[in-house]
Design a binder for this molecule. Structure first.
Ligand SMILES: NC(=O)c1ccc[n+]([C@@H]2O[C@H](COP(=O)([O-])OP(=O)(O)OC[C@H]3O[C@@H](n4cnc5c(N)ncnc54)[C@H](O)[C@@H]3O)[C@@H](O)[C@H]2O)c1
Ligand SMILES: O=C(O)C(=O)C[C@]1(C(=O)O)C=C[C@@H](O)C=C1
Length: 307
């Protein structure tokens, strides 16, 4: 594989940045990987594990001369980081991010960057419930989607280089309008996380009443909820605060359907329940038959906002 960017700066060295570092090493697409983390401990781990070649103790120093800068911090921290690095960015550099929400990140970052750089937001649809520099691995992005939202600059060379970069890291690349991205992700990721957090919270409340029975005898389905609900609290707080409108829209739809099913259970309407579950079963089977992952980026394209 040939080098796409001579110097890549990763700002914030957690799950996604460390996975990118490992995947860049595997692919050989970066001449040098420079990392910045707030704590010395994290910077030392990055060097010890080897997913960065060099670390700096400020974001402003890390981006000097970098051809690609990737902001890998929680969505709510993007603006501050952009302000800090702006004076030191190399003319012509590409600035990107990996935030789970796109419109608010664009609003927070773009106005703070100089005009002679290209800002191309991105979101790899891959992760785990782990966080921190030791949680990353090279295969995280393999055969997963990475969505770019390069509003207004769909064909420029900087965009095609960033696409090649993510493909080299193992991902399939798609471009999308930022607002549409946020709506789709509210359906496929954000509201499902909120539901998992709530269900585990409810079980925990019950567990206190029933002497931990709920937790002790948790079945496989509930265990999957607990994995999701173990995800990083800062990251997810920021996701909901920054994708408010779409989350509330989808949550509204969800609660309406939930009330419908609640009523069917109360009325003993087995037919309604069976029909509903038959429909949802077919959705998963359809996705699997088509050989697609659950992360298809156009999942829900014909859903909400225009009816
Ligand atoms: N975890 C996932 O499943 C996942 C998947 C795709 C995208 N993302 C997005 O990627 C980004 C990073 O997530 P992650 O899972 O790697 O999180 P993480 O918690 O593993 O890493 C984030 C790092 O950013 C640092 N940080 C926080 N605020 C900072 C600040 N103001 N300045 C500098 N560093 C700061 C933290 O100390 C931490 O090391 C988030 O925006 C998240 O929405 C996460
Ligand atoms: O698999 C998981 O643990 C995830 O939560 C990953 C997941 C998702 O919802 O699919 C979470 C947030 C991201 O922005 C992208 C991916």
């Amino acid at each position: 594989m040939t080098v796409i960017y001579e110097k890549v700066a990763l700002i914030g060295l957690g799950l996604i940045a460390s996975s990118m570092g490992h995947a860049m090493k595997r692919a050989g697409v970066a001449g040098e990987v420079i990392g910045y983390a707030r704590s010395k401990e994290t910077r030392d781990i990055a060097l010890e594990i080897g997913f960065c070649d060099r670390v700096e103790d400020s974001a402003a120093k890390a981006v000097v001369d970098a051809d690609l800068v990737v902001l890998c911090v929680p969505v709510g921290a993007m603006a501050d980081v952009a302000i800090e690095i702006a004076p030191n960015l190399k003319s012509g550099a590409t600035i990107s991010d990996v935030g789970s929400v796109k419109e608010s990140v664009i609003n927070a970052v773009a106005p703070n960057l100089p005009e002679d750089v290209s800002f191309i937001p991105a979101h790899p649809l891959a992760g785990t419930e782990q966080s921190g520099p030791r949680s990353g691995f090279a295969e995280l992005f393999d055969n997963r989607w990475c969505i770019l939202t390069p509003n207004g600059m769909p064909h420029v060379k900087e965009v095609s280089d960033l696409k090649s970069f993510w493909r080299a890291l193992g991902a399939n690349v798609e471009t999308m309008d930022p607002a549409h991205h946020d709506l789709v992700l509210a359906v496929t990721s954000h509201v499902p996380h909120l539901i998992a957090y709530t269900m585990v919270g409810v079980a925990d409340d019950l567990g206190r009443v029933t002497d931990e029975e709920v937790v002790n005898y948790s079945a496989a389905g509930f265990r999957d909820f607990t994995r999701i609900a173990a995800s990083d609290p800062t990251m997810w707080r920021d996701v909901f605060l920054n994708n408010k409108e779409a989350t509330l829209e989808i949550l509204g739809r969800f609660t309406e359907e939930l009330f419908d099913l609640q009523r069917a259970i109360r009325r003993g309407d087995g037919e309604q329940l069976h029909d509903y579950f038959t429909r949802t079963r077919a959705i998963r089977r359809g996705i699997l038959d088509a050989g697609q992952d659950m992360d298809v980026p156009n999942f829900g394209r014909n859903m909400p906002h225009d009816d």
